[in-house]
Design a protein around this ligand. Sequence first.
Ligand code: UD1
Ligand code: UDP
Length: 375
Amino acid sequence: MKLTTIIGARPQIIKASALSRAIRNNFSDKLEEVIIHTGQHYDQNMSEVFFTELDIPRPKYNLAVGSGKHGKQTALMTERLEEVFEAEQPDAVVVYGDTNSTLAAALAASKMLIPIVHIEAGLRSFNKSMPEEINRILCDHVSTLLFSPTQTGYDNLIREGFSKQLSPKATADHPNVYHCGDIMYDNTLFFEHRAENTCQKFSFCQPSYVLCTIHRNSNTDNSERMQSIFEAVAQLSRQRQIILPLHPRTKKMMPQMLSPNLMRELQDNPNINIIEPVSFLEMIYLEKHSSLILTDSGGVQKEAYFLKRPSVILRSETEWQEIVQQGRAFVCDADKDLICQKAEAFLGEPPADYPPLFGNGRAGDFICQTILDTL
Ligand code: UD1
Ligand code: UDP
């Protein structure tokens, strides 16, 4: 059976490594995978670095779509994907998550009657001002196999009308929905020990540093929110070193959105280390050795939990309800005082429990077997 896997943004490239590994190790006689990179992310440290580091097969196609407004970017991807699907004639198209690359592939494949396998299905923020919420809802509703990493995601799908009944042969009109665990958890377990080899690079990190990532458009494109979040970062830096691998979107927007005084303070403050985006192994290392993580990233919230670190979520809601319910993350929005208050509370508390919530580290195998059994 031939699968075409669509990747484009950083987290999708990382996620693809889990499925490719499962195919290579356990399904290579039955599943052929052709990887298509839309080119949504293209900087060396947002794309290429992951292929070499995580043993991901080289994409057969790079559609070189690059950055742009939503409509144009999605349209270009859809047009080029359609051509590739025509050439490749895949038996199924695998998509990850909720980016514009996900939506474009779902549009192209569904109109060509190619079954869609959506990995990370069912997640909802219930906030349609988030482009990802639109992408994930639309993709879920044209998919044939939907794999949710969490019980909450599975329940969302059932509430939206998907049937719990599993068909022996799934189709777009009779899709199958599974709660199968998280392939990102597969990856963290697999790469956690290898990540320790990157420690040399981080000799400048002081014990108990706080790791921070910011890239969500609701933050980067809103001056008030950006200012408030970075004021919180500056305040926390009086007690702890801050390490902030900077997403290119945020790098571009900071000078436009932050006051000149705050920009200067961030640049001159020796306790705030703003660095280039790091590789996945480096990120796992940084997460694991931090004392707290401030983030608006979906993936980083979860990895914080996998690696038993508390997180402060710089958004007004989260799709990853389970980690909040466990008390290991707190939704602080862009509220400077709340961010500082919750950060200090987490930093002051004794070690806590992180019960497993994201499967057994073999979601990739389950997905491959289910594709073979039901498509
Ligand atoms: C995208 C996804 C988001 C995901 C994130 C992961 C959508 C709508 N958003 O957001 O869900 O969380 O990726 O990181 O698909 N840029 C570069 N170099 C790059 C890539 C981007 O400089 O290699 C800059 C460009 O200025 C670009 C901006 O970042 O305009 C935003 O990139 P884009 O892919 O549109 O959205 P992200 O914010 O990265
Ligand atoms: N990540 C990385 N380097 C960085 C920042 C993040 O490798 O400098 C990884 C992180 O470990 C996680 C993924 O990128 O696996 C999350 O991607 P991102 O935050 O860009 O997007 P989101 O998950 O919010 O869609």
